[in-house]
Every structure is written in C-alpha cells, then in structure tokens.
Design a protein around this ligand. Structure first.
Ligand SMILES: NC(=O)c1ccc[n+]([C@@H]2O[C@H](COP(=O)([O-])OP(=O)(O)OC[C@H]3O[C@@H](n4cnc5c(N)ncnc54)[C@H](OP(=O)(O)O)[C@@H]3O)[C@@H](O)[C@H]2O)c1
Ligand SMILES: *[C@@H]1O[C@H](CO)[C@@H](O)[C@H](O)[C@H]1NC(C)=O
Ligand SMILES: *[C@@H]1O[C@H](CO)[C@@H](O)[C@H](O)[C@H]1NC(C)=O
Length: 335
C-alpha cells in the first residue's frame, strides 16, 4: 500500500524514543494538509456513546451538516442505528455512498483466523447496511479469544485478506492503540501491507508529539480520538481541569471568536491529524463542524501545546484487561 520512506522504521522509532523533543523543532511550520492519506476527510464524526432514541437522527444530521467521515466500531453496539442514520443522511443530502468515508473496527473477540476476522467485518457491514468500508482498524493489539496463542500479527495477516486485492471489503486497514514496539514489530512483519492509519488518543493534554512525528516519517496517517480529552462521560477525569473549561482554551476561544471545542479541534487539525469529535447534541454537531472558521495563529497553537506539559491519558484499560498497553508512550500508567 504505502511505501515506507527510505528510513528504516526501527531507526526512526529509536529516534522518536530517545529524543522526545524532536523531530518537530519549535519553528517547524505545521503541516496544513493531510499526513499521507489524501482521501481521508480530516474532520470526522465519532459514534462511541451515541445512545437513546435519536442515534440515527444524530448521524443523519452530521451528514446533512457536512461531515463526510463517520467513525464506527462493532463494540459501540450501535452500528445498526448508525447505519440507518448514514442512509437517511445520504438521502437527505443527495449524496452517494462513495461520497463519504466510513471507518469501523475489529473487536478483540474476533482476532485470529481469517474466518473470525471475516465474520466480524461482515457483521459490521450488515449492521451498517454497507457493501464496503473505507477503513477497518484493529481496535486494540489485544485478543480476547479463547486461544491464548493468537496475537495481533496473526490478526493483521487475516485482515489483509479483506483488502481490494482479495475480498475487497475495505479500502484501507488501520491499527489503534498500539505501542511503539508493537508498531515496529508489525512493520517488520508485514512490510508490504502496512497500516494506512493509526487511531490513538490525542488532545492538548496528551499531545504525543514525537510519536506523531514517527508516523509522519513512516507514512502512517494519524486519527486523533477523544479530541476533547476527559469530556467523554465514561472517562474518570479526576482532578484534571476539563479541557473545554481550561482558561488557556476559553481565553483563546474568546479572542478568536471560536468555541472552546473548535479551539481543540483546530489544534488537532493544525498538527496534520484527522479529528473525530463525538456529539449527540444537535448544536454541538453543528458548531463543531464550523471549526474551519476558527483560525488560530502559531502563537495560539503554542499556547495550547503548553497544556501537554504533564500528559494525561484518559483511555487506559491496561489494568482491567491485565495487559501492558502504550509502553514507552506518554502517561502509560496502567490505570
Ligand atoms: N480507537 C479507540 O479506541 C477509540 C477510543 C475512544 C474514542 N474513539 C472514537 O473517537 C470518538 C471521539 O472520542 P470520544 O467520544 O471519546 O470523546 P470526545 O469526542 O472527545 O468528547 C465527546 C463528549 O464531548 C461532548 N461535546 C461534543 N461537542 C461539544 C461541544 N461543542 N461543547 C461541549 N461539549 C461537547 C459530547 O457531548 P454530547 O455527546 O452529549 O453532545 C460528549 O460528551 C469516539 O466517539 C469514537 O468514535 C476511538
Ligand atoms: C437527541 O436528544 C437529546 C435529548 O433530548 C437532545 O439534547 C439532542 O439535541 C438530540 N440530538 C439530535 C441530533 O436530535
Ligand atoms: C472493490 O469494490 C469497490 C466498491 O464496491 C469497487 O468500486 C471496486 O471496483 C472493487 N475493486 C476491485 C479490485 O474489485
């Protein structure tokens, strides 16, 4: 799929690990465009925790508002409602399936053999009422199948059979929540079918700047999840000041005539990532989409960068699953 840059990935990885301040120097201009995957719409719509009786309405409204990228997952247990919303939104906006980008994710209980992986994507496609995905992620590098021998490399090999050259059920493959060592091992194992996208937690409280740079060097696009940090109601923010009421963010929002949410999204877009905010409130769906009108200056972006001085990760099931996750990354505490 994507050719690797002429840099041995492990060498680039070593660089990223040894020198957490590099390779993005303070004065390096931020990339304005996509990192590597020029067809992924960089503002997406997240669907985790969309629940109740207006899930389809919310997804449909998102498409009618202008979102062209919907981020789904089997484990969100709402793909049927999301699928109805996609169909409704496309019809009302006068669009075709090909006009939008739909992502979903393989859950941990379908790792391993190609038959497991194929059953999982076929269920997702049936629930979403689609014939193909644009992107299918391995949700976690963790198998919860009964076979203890199964590991993510096997699962990845099985996933590659879903690509256009074989079953043509997804246009691209991605990974999510991998550590540096896990990515390096995957790239060494599968040099021809490398991941197109890595979806990971990224926001001003967890900037992971060197890790992001590693992906740029290796031609892997990065999607930022939980762009509003601890705002997701299933997270435990503890004593952390909510990102959207952090004074650095609210003051910038006021100064640049943006909402605090738009400031967080604009910062993520300025780093070259795609961002996938979730919102069920109609007014948030609409105002988040207007991030394009929120213009931040380089000094504003630097002020937001300063919020990551003591990184804070909100999504870490290491302890509850009894596995080591995120080794070597910011705030890999294993809560
Ligand atoms: N790969 C993975 O393991 C993984 C993990 C986490 C998330 N994700 C994906 O990333 C998406 C986004 O992350 P997330 O859902 O964790 O959290 P998020 O998008 O950072 O935050 C969602 C929360 O922010 C609120 N919100 C949205 N817009 C707002 C605004 N303008 N002002 C104030 N509050 C606002 C939402 O409220 P309402 O909904 O009540 O309107 C909701 O409570 C997920 O939905 C999912 O698709 C993937
Ligand atoms: C869904 O219902 C909630 C609660 O009534 C409401 O606040 C929200 O705006 C609704 N969203 C949409 C897209 O209709
Ligand atoms: C894969 O499927 C897509 C969408 O259904 C189709 O447009 C494309 O021609 C197919 N590609 C191959 C290689 O069969």
């Amino acid at each position: 799929m994507h050719s690797l840059l002429p840099i041995f990935p492990l060498a680039a990885l070593a660089l990223a690990q040894q020198q957490p301040q590099v390779p993005i120097a303070p004065d390096t201009p931020r990339p304005a465009g996509p990192l590597t995957l020029d067809t992924i719409p960089r503002l997406g719509y997240g669907t985790w925790n969309l629940k109740g009786d207006n899930v389809s309405d919310a997804v449909s409204l998102a498409i009618q508002t202008g979102y062209r990228h919907i981020d789904c997952a089997a484990i969100y247990r709402n793909e049927k409602e999301v699928g109805r919303g996609i169909a409704d939104g496309l019809a009302k906006a006068g669009l075709q399936r090909e006009d939008i980008w739909v992502t979903s994710k393989l859950w941990n209980d379908h790792h391993g053999a190609a038959s497991n992986v194929e059953a999982a994507i076929r269920q997702t496609l049936s629930d979403l009422d689609l014939t193909y995905l644009d992107l299918y992620h391995m949700h976690w590098p963790v198998s919860s199948t009964p076979d203890p021998e199964i590991e993510y490399l096997d699962t990845w090999d099985a996933m590659t059979t879903l690509l256009p050259a074989q079953q043509n059920l997804t246009r691209h493959l991605g990974i999510s929540n991998f550590s540096p060592a896990q990515v390096a091992r995957l790239l060494a194992h599968s040099p021809t079918n490398t991941p197109s996208v890595h979806q990971m937690e990224l926001h001003p409280y967890l900037p992971q700047t060197a890790w992001l740079a590693f992906h740029r060097l290796n031609n892997i696009h990065v999607t930022a999840y939980s762009p509003f940090a601890g705002t997701n109601p299933t997270y435990s923010p503890g004593a952390t000041v909510p990102l959207l009421s952090n004074p650095v963010i609210t003051k910038l929002a006021e100064k640049r005539d943006c909402t605090p949410a738009q400031v967080a999204l604009a910062w993520g877009l300025a780093r070259g990532t795609s961002v996938i905010p979730k919102a069920q409130h109609a007014e948030y769906i609409e105002s988040n989409f207007e991030v394009e009108g929120c213009e931040l200056k380089e000094k504003d972006l630097k002020a937001v960068d300063g919020l990551g001085a003591e990184p804070k990760r909100f999504n870490d099931p290491s302890k509850s699953w009894g596995v080591g996750l995120y080794k070597g990354l910011e705030d890999a505490g294993g809560k």
